[in-house]
Design a protein around this ligand. Structure first.
Ligand code: ADP
Ligand code: ZN
Length: 656
């Protein structure tokens, strides 16, 4: 084994423990191999077919001219006489000798001197014309090597595998190869010099406000516990990649001045059963020692995806047991132990329900892509370390980068600096930034995150359609904010579980449906073409119509019937083929009616809609006040205000 190599690896490790155990392992292997070598009997070591012969037999064979080659092993006082192929039958009389192998006889030599005399005599008589070879016993070593070479290779391969399993350089841990079950969380101590604070997180005012409370909890928990309140255990940061979720969690730790454990959900998942669960245990053990502290789990969907309901065995057992362990740990530690878990995902809708229950990740904090003003702030943060030309217009940059995430903007700044350096400039100027933006867009286009001007107009028309209708219909969700910044997938896919929603009337649902269809209706009326942007809306509308008809008994032709079943018998339909057809027809009719209604409202208010769309193109985000300025106050203000203060989710949905 290569010492150098070994040292290098351990330097990366910086954990002396693992070197110890590996040295031991190598030592054990060496001892075992050595023992096998020393005790190795010759039958084990010699290949080819052979038999023993006495010295006089040997003399006889040589005199007859049977010998083709003689190998004398001086150390053992023995020789091997290889047999001339034509005389094999004479030497190995009754034995069957396979062709192709070189058979020989093994002879114990009484005296080396006599042997030499005998052989030179026979050579003179031309009875023996082959070669003679004297060996000191190293032949055995070669034999040994050939016999055990493959075994040695296997052992090395095994060691290699074990090292890989334990996670290579950062697996470490005091147990070396046995540390598979250790958590791989990165720990950021609180006295770290480059600590992150809220000042480093630009924009995201809403999210910052929500996590501010967590900072307070961590700073002086007794203020809350004295009143009998319970400190939350977990918060879930939901939003597209690169929007600063990790940054926000780090900032919480930085503001509260507590240690920060960071781990990715995919780190838990290994191919070995039980590893994930034991890593979770280990992570929480470490965290409790450092409490108060924050555990941050990135990409929690890697472990937290909904457990399958089917009875299928195997498959995702490992992920499920990891998830179960995570749930157990979250329940297990006391509310006031000061460990707060923050997790990030961009798909809250695929997470297991159990994770989102009270006492676990009961807070969801949405982190969305920044709008034009937020982008400006992010630019300001990331331009700080960069030497820019004084004429650089940050507003212009912000306007040039619709759909960019915080990470993309950080990337633009860095890329611009690199481009300027490549061109030998003294300061980074506008052209460098534009080139950087082009580069990033080129890289991002595949992900269809950024918009062209045409797309932006289409999306504005679409969103203005939603906004107009929801403003003008009595029961539609009142508007809080409309944005054309692309957002992650819609949340709350639990439309079809009626018992989980509070009571909603038929009118409300129909108005809601009309407003949701408003996007597509506006596209058809004012764009001249319809787009894929409405897919999400259509999915929601279809589900809603279907559930109104089959679950809530709200259609005229199928009144008061509920065909809801909890999918236990998913392969059976509790109604006839004729009813199925009726359901389809009713669904289509309901949606067609609401779509016609949406188009009607929009054509009657085309001017207002156009003004709204224009405002959206300019500002990317508009609020209820802006809509009110265009359409005048809603006649139903009381309800609007009431709901506005309750912080209802905005009605606009995500479109890509
Ligand atoms: P996520 O965890 O949501 O994928 P990160 O927190 O890892 O995103 O963000 C990656 C990088 O993008 C950050 O390190 C930071 O440089 C930059 N960034 C993202 N959002 C912001 C923001 N709101 N303000 C400043 N920088 C940001
Ligand atoms: Zn829409």
């Amino acid at each position: 084994m290569n010492d150098n190599n070994n040292n290098n690896k351990n330097n990366k490790n910086k954990k002396p423990g693992s070197q110890m155990s590996l040295t031991w392992l190598y030592l054990i292997i060496a001892v075992v191999l050595g023992w096998m070598f020393l005790s190795g009997d010759s039958s084990l070591l010699s290949g080819g077919s052979s038999r023993n012969a006495t010295y006089s037999e040997f003399k006889n064979y040589v005199q007859q001219g049977y010998a083709s080659r003689i190998v004398v092993n001086k150390k053992e006082g023995a020789l091997q006489m290889y047999v001339e192929p034509s005389h094999i039958r004479d030497v190995f009389k009754e034995q069957k000798v396979e062709k192709g192998t070189r058979p020989y006889v093994v002879v114990q030599v009484p005296s080396a001197d006599k042997l030499e005399d005998f052989i030179s005599e026979q050579q003179a008589l031309e009875n023996f014309k082959g070669e003679i070879e004297y060996r000191q016993g190293e032949d055995d070593f070669m034999h040994f090597f050939w016999s055990f070479g493959p075994l040695i290779l296997i052992v090395f391969f095994w060691i290699f595998l074990m090292r890989r399993m334990s996670g290579g350089s950062d697996g470490g841990g005091p147990m070396g190869i046995f540390s598979v079950g250790k958590s791989r969380a990165k720990l950021f101590e609180k006295d770290d010099k480059n600590k992150v604070t809220f000042a480093d997180v630009a924009g995201q005012e809403g999210a910052k406000l929500e996590v501010q409370e967590i900072v307070e909890f961590l700073k002086n928990p007794q203020r809350y516990t004295e009143l009998g309140g319970k400190i939350p255990k977990g918060a879930l940061l939901v939003g597209p990649p690169g929007t600063g979720k990790t940054l926000l969690a780090k900032a919480v730790a930085g503001e509260a001045d507590v240690p920060f454990f960071s781990m990715s959900g995919s780190d838990f998942v290994e191919m070995f059963v039980g590893v994930g669960a034991s890593r979770v245990r280990d992570l929480f053990r470490q965290a409790k020692e450092k409490a108060p502290c924050i555990i941050f789990i990135d990409e929690i969907d890697a472990v937290g995806r909904a457990r399958s309901r089917s009875m299928q065995v195997g498959g995702n057992d490992e992920r499920e047991s990891t998830l179960n362990q995570l749930l157990t740990e979250m329940d297990g530690f006391g509310t006031n132990s000061g460990v707060i878990i923050m997790a990030a995902t961009n798909r809250a809708d695929i997470l297991d329900k159990a994770l989102l229950r009270a006492g676990r990740f009961d807070r969801q904090i949405h982190v969305e892509l920044p709008d034009v003003n937020e982008r400006k702030e992010i630019f300001q943060v990331h331009l700080k370390p960069i030497k820019t030309n004084s004429s650089l217009d940050i507003d212009f940059l912000a306007r040039q980068t619709p759909g960019f995430s915080g990470a993309d903007i950080a990337n633009v700044c860095n890329e611009a600096a690199l481009i300027a350096a490549r061109n030998g400039k003294k300061a980074v100027d506008k052209d460098d930034f534009l080139a950087a933006v082009d580069r990033i867009i080129g890289g991002l286009e595949k992900k269809t995150k950024v918009m062209t001007a045409e797309e932006k107009r289409t999306i504005a028309l679409h969103e203005a359609g939603h906004a107009t209708i929801s403003w003008l219909l009595q029961y539609a969700n009142p508007l809080v904010k409309v944005t054309i910044v692309p957002r992650g997938r819609a949340l709350g896919a639990a439309w079809y579980l009626p018992e989980e929603r509070q009571i909603t009337t038929r009118e409300q649902m129909l108005d809601e449906m009309c407003a949701t269809l408003g996007g597509r209706a506006a596209e058809e009326l004012f764009c001249g073409h319809i787009s894929s942007g409405a897919m999400n809306d259509l999915e929601r509308v279809t589900k809603q119509a279907y559930s109104m008809i089959t679950y809530m008994g709200m259609s005229d032709k199928l009144p008061n019937l509920c065909y809801y079943d909890n999918q236990e018998y998913g392969f059976q339909r509790p109604y006839s083929e004729a009813t199925a057809q009726l359901i389809d027809e009713e669904t289509k009719a309901m949606i067609a009616e609401q779509y016609a209604r949406a188009k009607d409202i929009l054509s009657k208010n085309a001017e207002g809609h156009a003004a709204l769309a224009q405002l959206l193109v300019e500002r990317e985000v508009i609020f209820a006040e802006d809509v009110e300025r265009i359409f005048g106050p809603r006649p139903w203000t009381s309800r609007t205000e009431e709901l506005l203060t309750e912080n209802t989710p905005e009605p606009s949905e995500s479109e890509k």
